[in-house]
Design a protein around this ligand. Structure first.
Ligand SMILES: Cc1cc2nc3c(=O)[nH]c(=O)nc-3n(C[C@H](O)[C@H](O)[C@H](O)COP(=O)(O)O)c2cc1C
Ligand code: SF4
Length: 592
């Protein structure tokens, strides 16, 4: 083991910021990162062993105790649940004789649930030793059980078990006609860096990762910082349940994404870029490395790119199963080899990002758009969309429809149109923007896709009339409690209290007072959490409580209220009280 670790650490230049990459290799080789391994890494990197243990404990793909030789994780996303995931995991558990959440005694196999794996258009899905297993069925489960029982090496398993498809059903400006390799770089050099940034400004492109910040402004801020070192990061963490468009973009448009990162590097003056790829997309890693190699051979990456005198290269860093690492400052912490805990902001990454140097962090789709803008000019892009949302948006559509997959629409498209295109019928409602977004009912389908109305990073989950709203709220609320990074009390304690309180009501054990307390708790978590995760964790409850109060009321055990009792007025009073409450004190008390 010592020799193996020595070699891995050497390959990572003895850099502590490469800790995640080092731990990933140790985990893959030994199925755990044992205490001995921790000691060796600590002494080679000259960092505290407690620091390494805290990192191992933070990421769900690292383990202090060994997982099975075949480690199976089944996605617990709402769409996987809707497609029958529970009976499949139960069947795996029974046939392999391993309890969910444990390792079989002989160490051959371990089985557990995991958060969304980014395969909602082809679920139920899972991972085996980190590799994606889409479209699980009773038959494929039997095949997997047999392969494991015969101890067949993963490399000899039928490739059909691992086949992930793109499912692009509707393309527009971005997905039509991918650029030729080098085209955007040549256009940038011909036009000049300042004028290229001006074209991006003219396009009015806003970030596609969710927050919608003006991209040209972000790049300009970064370029104006008085530092010699700057970094470009492509955020491919894509952990929001129901989102999978970045997976498709990296599978089929990686050249274009890397090219835009290179354009960005020229504009801001950076020599190093990173693609932070979520651990669940491990299957894309080798092919992405091959694309980078090809670009180096073509002179589109590396030294003196297309004889222009500037140098830039891109490294791929794999995440390790933590949704919070999609938040840009948590992502930067993770890239530095630490736990993914969001930083205080300001300072923002453009001034103090990776290694405290000015850094641009952008979503995969944002980069995809830049290449087209650079080649065709900003006006083509801004001619599409609405007043405040220019261009097109790529949606990941899943749930109850005939055509789950990727759809690209100009901003301003109605929800009604989208539902018709993907063959959704008898719709109850749509979750737009994933669990942190909002649930809209079938009375609201004239609303539009736009930052000024329904903003989304891409997740669009459809529920038909057969679905129970409380099931989806439960799934989302449990997701947030599981993914809270635990750094601040309102979110750490609040999300687990939300889970308990919601379950109590959904299971029919709650009173009217419990419902008021639930609403109060929602306001506290929303208003006092440190980062976007906590600030949006109550959205599933709040948006459904507002639209369907009767569904919640029907669950209450004392539905015959006192004469004159007004639930809406009581909820409003609770909200006002919540605004005046010292949350930290309140929640710390609860925790104690
Ligand atoms: C909890 C949380 C998770 C996030 N996950 C992602 C993600 O997976 N991908 C992404 O691009 N942005 C994500 N974001 C937004 C990023 O913090 C950041 O705004 C984005 O990467 C900036 O790029 P853009 O301007 O191109 O959108 C997340 C934010 C929060 C609060
Ligand atoms: S809000 Fe939640 S995820 Fe964000 S820092 Fe606090 S505990 Fe972590």
């Amino acid at each position: 083991m010592e020799q193996f670790i020595q070699q891995v650490v050497e390959e990572n230049d003895f850099k502590s910021e490469r800790l995640l990459a080092i731990l990933r290799e140790i985990q893959a080789e030994f199925r755990c990162i044992s205490k001995d391994a921790v000691e060796i890494v600590a002494s080679l990197l000259k960092i505290e062993r407690t620091q390494i243990i805290s990192v191992i404990e933070f990421y769900s793909f690292f383990h202090l105790k060994a997982v099975g030789q075949y480690d199976i994780l089944i996605s617990d996303s709402i769409t996987d649940q809707m497609m029958g995931k529970q009976s499949l995991i139960d069947s795996l558990s029974k046939q392999l004789n391993v309890a969910i959440g444990s390792v079989r005694e002989d160490g051959l196999v371990s089985l557990n649930n995991t958060s969304c794996t980014g395969m909602c258009d082809q679920g139920p899905a899972g991972l085996i030793n980190g590799y994606a297993l889409p479209r699980l069925t009773t038959q494929s489960i039997e095949q997997i059980v047999s392969l494991i029982t015969q101890q067949t090496a993963l490399s000899d398993w039928p490739q059909s078990l691992f086949k992930v498809t793109d499912n692009i059903h509707k393309s527009n400006l971005l997905l039509d006609n991918p650029i030729a390799q080098g085209e955007a770089l040549k256009a940038t050099l011909q036009r000049g860096l300042k004028q290229t940034l001006e074209e991006i400004n003219i396009s009015e492109l806003r970030g596609r990762g969710g927050a919608g910040f003006n991209t040209a402004m972000k790049w300009r801020f970064c370029s104006e910082e008085k530092e010699s070192e700057r970094y470009v990061i492509c955020n491919a963490d894509e952990g929001e349940p129901g989102t999978f468009k970045d997976r498709v973009l990296l599978n089929s448009y990686a050249h274009q994404v890397f090219e835009s990162m290179t354009v960005c590097s020229a504009i801001i003056g950076s020599k190093q870029g990173f693609l932070y790829l979520r651990g669940e997309y491990l299957y894309l890693y080798d092919q992405l490395q091959a694309v980078l190699d090809q670009r180096r051979q073509q002179g589109l990456l590396g030294k003196n790119i297309i004889q222009s005198g500037f140098d830039f290269d891109i490294e791929i860093c794999l995440g390790a199963g933590a949704y919070i690492c999609g938040e840009e400052s948590a992502l930067i912490e993770s890239l530095e080899g630490k736990r993914g805990i969001p930083r205080n902001r300001p300072p923002y990454p453009v001034t103090q990002g990776y290694l405290n140097k000015p850094t641009v962090v952008d979503n995969v789709e944002t980069f995809l758009a830049v290449a087209k803008i650079v080649i065709n000019g900003g006006k083509e892009f801004s001619s599409l969309g609405t007043d405040k949302s220019k261009g097109t948006k790529i949606l990941s559509i899943s749930g109850d429809c005939q055509l789950p997959g990727i759809f690209e629409y100009p901003f301003g498209t109605t929800i009604k149109q989208i539902l018709s295109d993907c063959g959704a019928e008898d719709v109850l409602g749509v979750q737009v923007g994933g669990p942190s977004g909002s649930f809209i009912s079938n009375q609201e389908f004239d609303r539009i896709l736009a930052f000024e109305d329904l903003a989304t990073g891409g997740s669009f989950i459809i529920f038909n009339q057969s679905r129970n709203i409380l099931d989806l709220v439960k799934n989302f609320t449990h997701f947030f409690a599981h993914e809270s990074c635990g750094f601040c009390t309102p979110c750490r304690v609040g999300t687990s209290l939300l889970k308990k309180q919601f379950d109590k009501i959904a299971d029919g054990h709650g009173s009217a007072g419990d419902l008021i307390a639930l609403d109060e708790l929602c306001q506290l978590v929303k208003n006092y959490s440190h980062c976007g995760l906590g600030q949006t964790a109550a959205n599933p409850i709040l948006s459904t409580l507002q639209r369907y109060p009767e569904i919640y009321q029907q669950q209450l055990k004392d539905i015959s209220f006192e004469p004159g009792f007004d639930l809406d007025a009581s909820l409003e009073t609770a909200r006002q009280l919540a605004d005046r409450t010292d949350t930290n004190a309140h929640l710390t008390q609860v925790e104690e």
